[in-house]
Write a protein that binds this ligand. Structure first.
Ligand SMILES: Cc1ncc(COP(=O)(O)O)c(C=O)c1O
Length: 353
């Protein structure tokens, strides 16, 4: 029982989880889903069918769409990888452009669906991180490549940086191109105005991974569609690409996440915002500094002594687990399931290190 033992050992440590999934194994979440195996069912007379939704799944998708301000939502239990494939297949045998640091699913979709993909290189920030492409870069690319049908942006990226989606959307409208957003990291942007703008008003279609930043199970993703020309094609693609055995617990957790965020996100996200100010004051003058990014729930810590590898090991010794790291940066994922106490503990350990 190798995997089981490893996972249970991790659980028993009661770790502080600054990594995905956004449910963080939080008590409130685990209490709600304590009967996971009992709700793990298949398509029955009453339980609808994700690949031909007409009943409870369709109703739930409609509610999701309404609450985030888009025309149509399709749930996926195979992550945003499959959601991106479902959208990008619309451009089979055509040309699209996308950011240099796009997720591998974008490049894979180009290969799988015979799409000509034109990469727009990312810019570098002063601290060496990739930053999003600009509306000017996109406009230049569109001028040079008339065949482009769609522009795909990553919004936000892994490091919480967001491009200027409003201006990018205006450029796409001017050149009559579809704007597709890979918002896998942005499922939380719809519920509080202290977060960067949500993609709902700007993109023709976009994907969100509920499992990354919301209280949802790994695999939860939603395809969000505003454009009525693309909608039927995306739906057809989805039926061809998604597993015929979607997970009901994952679908239930997508719905739970939206409900939870509507009720509590704004309050909880503001608490995180305030706690981060305290976090900054604790680590002030230390070897670490918070990098200010557009989405403050992506906590990026600069290691001034280039000792990120050693720092991660120290955090692990203190039962704190983070998303990714290299010698320069630590990347931590925060969600509404985190608490103030854990963030302050992290700051105190960094201060001492
Ligand atoms: C920008 C981006 N898009 C899409 C994906 C794929 O999402 P999923 O893991 O939900 O399949 C990822 C995964 O890390 C990602 O970073």
């Amino acid at each position: 029982m190798i995997i089981n033992n490893t996972l249970r050992e991790y659980k028993n440590k009661k770790p502080i989880r600054f990594h995905m999934p956004g449910n963080k194994g939080n008590k409130e979440f685990t209490r709600f889903f304590k009967d996971l195996a009992s709700i793990d069912i298949t398509e029955l007379g009453f339980s609808d069918n994700l690949l031909d939704a007409k009943g409870i799944i369709k109703e739930s998708e409609k509610e999701y769409a309404k609450s985030i301000g888009v025309k149509k939502c399709i749930y996926s239990t195979c992550g945003s990888t499959i959601s991106n494939y479902s959208i990008l297949r619309c451009f089979s045998k055509q040309t699209i452009c996308y950011e240099g640091n796009a997720h591998r699913s974008v490049e894979n979709a180009c290969e799988l669906f015979d799409i000509k993909g034109i990469k727009i290189p990312n810019n570098k920030g002063t601290d060496g991180r990739n930053i999003p492409i600009t509306a000017n870069q996109i406009e230049d690319t569109l001028k040079k490549n008339k065949a482009i049908k769609a522009v795909m942006i990553t919004y936000p990226d892994y490091f919480g940086s967001c491009g200027d989606i409003k201006t990018i959307s205006n450029v796409c409208k001017k050149y009559k191109k579809y704007l597709i957003a890979d918002s896998a990291h942005g499922a939380h942007l719809f519920y509080s105005d202290i977060l960067p703008a949500a993609p709902s008003k700007y993109a023709d279609a976009f994907v969100i991974s509920t499992h990354k930043t919301l209280p949802s199970l790994t695999g939860g993703s939603v395809i969000c569609i505003n454009n009525s020309t693309l909608a039927p094609q995306i739906e057809e693609n989805f039926k061809k690409i998604h597993s015929t055995s979607p997970s009901y617990p994952i679908m239930a957790s997508i719905e739970y996440a939206n409900d939870y965020m509507i009720k509590y996100c704004d309050k909880k996200i503001r608490e995180i915002y305030e706690t981060l100010k305290k976090f900054d004051s604790i680590i002030a003058g230390s070897n670490y500094e918070r990098v200010m990014v557009d989405d403050f729930t992506r906590l990026i810590i600069l290691c001034k002594k280039d000792d990120g590898i050693e720092t991660e090991a120290i955090l692990r010794k203190n039962n704190i687990y983070i998303e990714i790291f290299d010698k320069r940066f630590l990347v931590l994922v925060l969600s509404v399931m985190d608490n103030k106490k854990d963030l302050i503990k992290l700051a105190r350990i960094l201060k001492k290190t």
